[in-house]
Design a protein around this ligand. Structure first.
Ligand code: NAD
Ligand code: WQD
Length: 339
């Protein structure tokens, strides 16, 4: 594939891991990020790990002029689009911000891509597009999309925009990747997830309890119809997720016109299984109490990852223990560095 890879949201949790993997695979990379949910120190860590720097531009995907200059200054061959707001709860509280950022921002990006003749796109979608339909059985891409959250609806709308743009004759080759629960960190311990304030997600919260930063974990519901009564999810190592992105990029850059695929292991784990795995990985206790269910949570959902294996030969390889070991190394590294 000719040209650089533009990684929108490339200072974030997933985008920074993607930028590193792309550099390591020999690509030239441009990170574009407004830093609304990430640290300006992250691209420097990516450069140090890769041994060479990406180009880094601070900007907003809603800024058409800044994107136009970027496409004029850099020969971009493909875009990996991670930029976006991602909290389900926050989306319910700030719907217009989510529609403006995730939907309007993606529309501006697509328009500037078309203007610049950039026709290869990998989009970070989400399992939340399935809504209730993705619960209780292995979610397949053919499931009707019925997102039940503002956030999930923004992801479905962007998927539709991309498909409609491709169908208009713009020649937009694209991969829509639906992530389940990405967790863990780069094995170096120098890249990872840095939630601001109280983590919404399970893994970073458990890591902070193990590190003694929080007294205990609240387990949201112990009465679900699951083997141990707690919620089950398809946790996926961030490195497996990024391997999937590079495989999908290769497929689309090689001429695959359009693909949609789940990125998950197909093997759900319960909250209590995660707690036990993290205690083993860290050697630290993770005290918890079981409280009421969190509104909007499904009992369980997980991926059917068959499509990704068939379309671009991808299969997750890292297990829950590895996810916890790498997450713990990142937690203790961040502790050291930020102490
Ligand atoms: P993140 O918040 O760590 O990274 C997103 C990055 O995008 C941040 O660096 C943020 O500063 C940047 N950004 C946000 N709005 C922007 C804008 N308007 N212009 C430019 N930059 C902007 O989140 P993440 O976990 O890395 O997720 C990346 C993508 O993957 C998101 O689109 C998210 O919806 C999606 N996703 C994440 C998960 C997950 O559990 N982490 C699961 C499914 C899908
Ligand atoms: C996992 C499990 C909770 C925290 C979210 C977003 C989804 C996607 C991935 C973007 C559930 C339980 C959690 C806690 C708990 N992101 N839990 N105590 O809700 O499956 O998915 O992140 O696309 O959109 O919805 O992930 O990590 O919040 O919860 O018991 O303090 O852990 O009930 O069973 P979720 P999560």
């Amino acid at each position: 594939m000719d040209g650089k890879v533009l990684v929108t949201g490339g200072a974030g949790f997933l985008g920074s891991h993607a930028a590193l993997a792309l550099l390591e695979a020999g690509h030239e990379v441009v990170i574009y990020d407004n830093l609304c949910n990430s640290s300006p120190a992250v691209p420097g860590r990516v450069a140090a790990l890769a041994g060479r720097p990406p180009d880094v531009i601070e900007g907003d995907i809603r800024d058409a002029g800044r994107l136009r200059r970027l496409f004029a200054e850099h020969r971009i061959g493909a875009v990996m689009h991670f930029a976006g707001l991602k909290s389900v709860a926050d989306g319910q509280a700030r719907p217009l911000e989510y529609y403006d950022n995730n939907v309007a921002g993606s529309a501006v990006l697509l328009a500037e891509m078309e203007r610049a003749g950039v026709r290869t796109l990998v989009f970070s979608s989400s399992a939340t597009v399935y809504g209730e339909g993705g619960g209780g059985s292995a979610a397949q891409e053919s499931l009707p999309l019925a997102p039940t959250s503002v956030y999930g609806r923004t992801k479905r709308i962007v998927e539709d925009m991309i498909r409609d743009q491709a169908a208009s004759g713009a020649g937009l080759r694209h991969a829509l990747l639906r992530y389940f629960n990405p967790v863990g960190a780069h094995p170096s311990g120098r890249l990872g997830e840095s939630p601001r304030g109280r983590p919404n997600n399970l893994l970073p919260f458990v890591a902070q309890v193990a590190a003694g930063l929080r007294p205990k974990l609240q387990v949201f519901g112990g009465d679900y119809p699951t083997p141990d009564g707690t919620g089950r999810r398809d946790y996926l190592h961030v490195q497996d997720l990024i391997d999937g992105h590079l495989a999908a990029l290769r497929a689309v850059a090689a001429g695959e016109a359009s693909l949609v695929a789940n990125l998950g292991t197909g093997r759900p784990h319960s909250v209590l299984e995660v707690v036990r795995a993290f205690e083993k990985a860290s050697g630290r206790p993770v005290p918890f109490e079981i409280v009421d269910r969190r509104p909007g949570d499904l009992a369980e959902y997980w991926a059917d990852p068959t499509h990704a294996r068939e379309l671009f030969g991808w299969k997750a390889s890292r297990d829950l223990a590895t996810m916890c070991v790498d997450a713990w190394r990142w937690q203790t590294h961040v502790m050291r560095e930020d102490a």
